[in-house]
Design a binder for this molecule. Structure first.
Ligand SMILES: [Fe+2]
Length: 143
């Protein structure tokens, strides 16, 4: 069972311990709160789909040889992106270490693609935040 520590400034989640300061918004680490229920389990998913779908591609068209492309879509059926109900951000981790945040607006599809160093191995974790239904997670293997 993962331990989650949540930034009270921006909602960013760290695994296993609070950081010295938030890597997203620089809120001091003592403002993080441990919350075992911070991230919803996939089984809680209802009609609207929130669990991220992750596609790892070894070949990158922009930076061949050095880069892996990670494509992330929120929901097996894409989550709504409406003014009052949307996916706010998608955070990506490698072996539980923070890699990147992508902010989304209702003008976007609930998806991002990122370029990571091909040398990264192990697991890739994704946590996304729906403004109405909270945070959801999924993980994939980096081959
Ligand atoms: Fe939602």
């Amino acid at each position: 069972m993962d331990k989650y520590y949540v930034c009270q400034g921006c909602g960013h989640v760290e695994f296993d311990a609070s950081p010295a300061k938030c890597p997203v918004c620089a809120t001091p680490g003592d403002k993080y709160k441990e919350d075992a229920a911070a991230v919803n389990p996939a089984e809680k998913e209802g009609k609207e789909k929130h669990v991220p779908v992750i596609l790892v591609t070894r070949e990158c068209g922009l930076i061949p040889g050095e880069c892996s492309d990670i494509h992330i879509k929120v929901g097996s059926t894409p989550h709504p992106m409406q003014e009052d109900h949307w996916i706010q951000w998608i955070d990506v981790y490698n072996n539980k270490k923070y890699v990147a945040r992508h902010m989304l607006t209702p003008s976007m599809e609930p998806a991002v693609s990122i370029h990571i160093k091909r040398a990264l191995t192990g697991k890739l974790q994704v946590i996304e935040s729906c403004n109405k239904h909270g945070k959801w997670t999924a993980e994939a293997e980096l081959l």
